[in-house]
Ligand binder design. Structure first.
Ligand code: PLP
Length: 461
């Protein structure tokens, strides 16, 4: 082992000895090791040396209620002591997954094409999108349109790490090294990032029109009868917190609806108040046919996800299952009772604390604080909505010249942030720093978080 690693704590060396890390340069990571967390406290996580970090990403867009909510621990304990495991295969159910399904339907957005009222549970965002894909393919077989199977994703979209969701997302680093099958069922349209891809003098509205025109060209080139659905995050999170331009969703949907292409709102990040409404699709006026959610569904305390569909989709696949003898899909942990109990308690807390209005109020200092960073020479774009936001680093503000990837600008700022006790996230294309703090953050803590970020920026100048 390199000297640097041999001097690490036992946890760090055991981590390198035994674990493969997600989304890491594995050899580089062997030389640096991990920051090993041992405790959570509100918006902070604390490492084994006792350093406290503001978790500016809520532990990967998850812990809306922070890292030490005792009611969630109690809900898990109580359920463990009552019915720790059960399933929903065939004719079996249990009370917690029924309660949670009912609750989820009650909090669904009303902007869907039809009421979203049937829930299928999973364990994570990726498998919920896998389920949504299978439901869509099953649906079009059921209604006698088996040729309607193609799925549209977006460049830098992110819908999970499974083989199929990797194919709908379009992050080259996740495809090429694995030969993940883009295949002819998966096509991609533009990332709607005006700051980077807007032409000289092109307004956001004109840019949105161009995005919708490109979508229409794509559908026509593929053949509208072959295109089943578009998968979209209301705002692209892991692909760089790309906040869509005004009118973008209205224009995109006009095209989708013209060619009977379904819309899946992937709310794995944007669900549960993150954008200042309960659902991101409400913030952007989207009319989804299906909705997927995870992460903040249980404040990330236990793995759980859900796909919610309308009655007409359910009716078609139910009739089809009768014909075939089975709806042949199932996860052992679908609707797991302990996860369901924690999710129910999470939603209960969101409601008691009026989380939507609380996020709206906190959004003002958060978004203002982000835009204040625009005076910094390294900051090209700084935007936020609700309690999710982004800062784009730029080599030259006037010409919008990006840093060369070899500079690793994002990673440099990220490392400086960690030294200042703050954890943001570097997102594609490598120079965008994302923020998605726990929704329990206070105004003072927002100031502290962005103050630490500014110090980190100053330290790498
Ligand atoms: N969909 C979106 C929008 C996500 O941001 C993510 C993860 O960040 C996923 C799906 C995948 O979720 P998971 O990692 O739980 O499979």
């Amino acid at each position: 082992l390199p000297v640097s690693v041999r001097n690490m704590s036992t946890n760090k060396t055991r981590d390198i000895d035994y674990q493969i890390h997600s989304q890491a340069d594995l050899r580089f990571h062997e030389s640096t090791g991990s920051i090993v967390m041992t405790k959570g406290d509100g918006i902070y996580v604390i490492d084994e040396q006792g350093n406290r970090y503001i978790e500016g990403m809520a532990g990967l867009w998850c812990t809306g209620l922070g890292f030490s909510e005792p009611r969630l621990a109690q809900a898990a304990y109580d359920q463990m002591m009552t019915l720790p495991q059960y399933h929903t295969f065939g004719n079996k159910a249990h009370n917690k997954c029924i309660d949670l399904a009912e609750k989820l339907v009650q909090v669904m957005p009303t902007c869907g094409k039809s009421p979203l009222n049937k829930v299928y549970f999973g364990s994570g965002g990726g498998d919920s999108n896998d389920t949504a894909i299978k439901i869509i393919w099953n649906y079009f077989n059921a209604i006698g349109k088996p040729e309607k199977k193609k799925l549209i994703g977006r460049v830098r979209g992110y819908h999970g790490s499974t083989v199929v969701t990797t194919s709908i997302g379009a992050q080259p680093g996740m495809h090429q090294p694995f030969d993940c099958p883009y295949g002819d069922r998966f096509v991609h349209t533009n990332v709607p990032h005006h700051y980077t891809f807007g032409k000289d003098g092109e307004t956001e509205e004109d840019f949105a029109t161009r995005m919708a025109d490109d979508l229409e060209k794509l559908i026509l080139a593929e053949g509208p009868d072959t295109v089943a659905a578009m998968f979209a995050e209301p705002l692209q999170g892991a692909g760089g917190v790309v906040i869509p331009p005004a009118t973008y969703w209205e224009k995109m949907q006009t095209v989708l609806e013209k060619y009977n292409v379904m819309l899946v709102s992937d709310e794995v990040i944007t669900g549960f108040a993150r954008t200042g409404n309960m659902w991101g699709c409400e913030t952007y006026g989207m009319r989804p046919d299906l909705l997927t959610c995870a992460k903040q569904l249980s404040s990330g305390y236990l793995p759980i996800s859900a796909v919610v569909v309308g009655q007409h989709v359910y009716d078609a696949i139910a009739d089809f299952s009768q014909k075939n003898g089975v709806f042949g899909h199932g996860y052992t942990y679908s609707g797991h009772p302990v996860s369901a109990a924690v999710a129910l308690e999470t939603i209960q807390i969101y409601e008691e604390r009026d989380i939507v209005n609380s996020v709206r109020a906190l959004s003002v200092p958060f978004v203002n604080g982000l835009t204040d960073l625009l005076d910094h020479p390294l900051v090209g774009e700084a935007r936020g909505v609700g309690l999710v936001g982004v800062v784009q680093l730029i080599a030259d503000k006037e010409t919008k010249k990006a840093f060369h990837p070899s500079v690793k600008a994002g990673m440099k700022v990220f490392t400086a942030c960690e030294e200042h006790g703050l954890i943001p996230r570097v997102t594609p294309p490598g120079d965008r720093l994302a923020f998605c703090p726990p929704m329990i953050i206070t105004e003072e803590e927002i100031k502290d978080m962005l103050g630490r970020f500014r110090k980190a920026l100053d330290s790498v100048e």
